[in-house]
Write a protein that binds this ligand. Structure first.
Ligand code: ATR
Length: 274
């Protein structure tokens, strides 16, 4: 219930925000746990003066999405160890007038991958070289994965990641040879509502491969549909989406929110309606 005296807003900044179901999910939990808060979509064109705005408007915290996960860091007072390493923040909290950043994307990613068995000796191909890509590479490196290739439209960005994490191949050729891959991950915006599809053919690939598309809106991207057509194992962006949201909610409200099949099905319905 809203109490005007204790009310503190949360929300999401990004551009575009059309695809985001975070407001639906967080507001569901805010209502369920009877908190004096509300989660707002904040489609901003730049992060200038954000620090002042958060403090003046008495926000509890924010999620940060495309394209601000990196640039937000300069606005923060402290950054959690995990987020600092990958230099990407998707959650911030305002405590005692200080902003602290975290990365909960990676928690969500791990939960999704844990559901599938994949051959860790085989190469990993990652499409995209933004904040999400870097978080995942950091995780894969901590899992001692040896053969990683980053594929990105802008080669320079892939090269920068490759340099930072060592022994990583990079390319801007989306038609590279992926036949032997053990894990293929789309971290780019391709496939997301409003963007072109990531059109990768999977008909010649080995059958051990796991396809992971972190895009959740829509669920059935071209990549996921192609994995289904070829009868391959796949993970959709829903797991990662819900788990990153749970972790953010816990940072803000100190409550680990519940996830049940009804909630997941409602999210799926909302996605398919768009
Ligand atoms: P996030 O933090 O979620 O990873 P990001 O840092 O904005 O978001 O990264 C978006 C990724 O999607 C980038 O790899 C971007 O490629 P560029 O580095 O070339 O910009 C990729 N991307 C976005 N739109 C794309 C498009 N139309 N074609 C190919 N890649 C695209």
């Amino acid at each position: 219930m809203i109490n005007n005296e204790t009310f503190k807003a949360v929300g999401i900044i990004g551009n575009p925000l059309k695809q985001s179901l975070s407001p639906y999910l967080h507001n569901y939990w805010i209502k369920k746990y009877n908190l004096s808060s509300y989660y707002l979509p904040l489609p901003i064109k730049s992060t200038n003066h954000l620090k002042v705005a958060i403090k003046k408007l008495n926000f509890l915290g924010l999620n940060i999405t495309i394209p601000y996960k990196k640039s937000i860091i300069t606005e923060l007072d402290t950054v959690d160890k995990g987020a600092k390493k990958i230099e990407a923040v998707n959650t911030l909290i305002c405590i005692n007038n200080k902003l602290k950043g975290f990365n909960t994307d990676i928690i969500g990613f791990k939960k999704g991958l844990l559901k599938k068995k994949w051959n860790k000796e085989r190469p990993v191909i990652i499409f995209g070289a933004g904040g999400a890509s870097e978080a995942i590479i950091h995780f894969l490196k901590s899992e001692k994965i040896k053969d990683i290739t980053v594929v990105n439209r802008t080669k320079k960005k892939a090269k920068e990641i490759a340099k930072k994490y060592k022994n990583i191949r990079y390319s801007s050729d989306f038609n590279l040879d992926i036949k032997e891959a053990g894990l293929i991950i789309n971290t780019s915006s391709l496939g997301m509502i409003g963007y072109p599809e990531l059109k990768i053919k999977l008909n010649k690939i080995n059958k051990e491969v796991v396809i992971y598309d972190i895009v959740y809106n829509p669920i059935n991207t071209y990549l996921i549909s192609e994995a289904k057509r070829q009868k391959l194992e796949f993970v959709t962006g829903i797991d990662m989406f819900v788990e990153q949201a749970r972790a953010s909610f816990e940072i803000w409200f100190k409550i680990k929110p519940d996830v049940n099949t009804t909630l997941i099905n409602n999210i799926k319905k909302k996605i398919s309606k768009r």
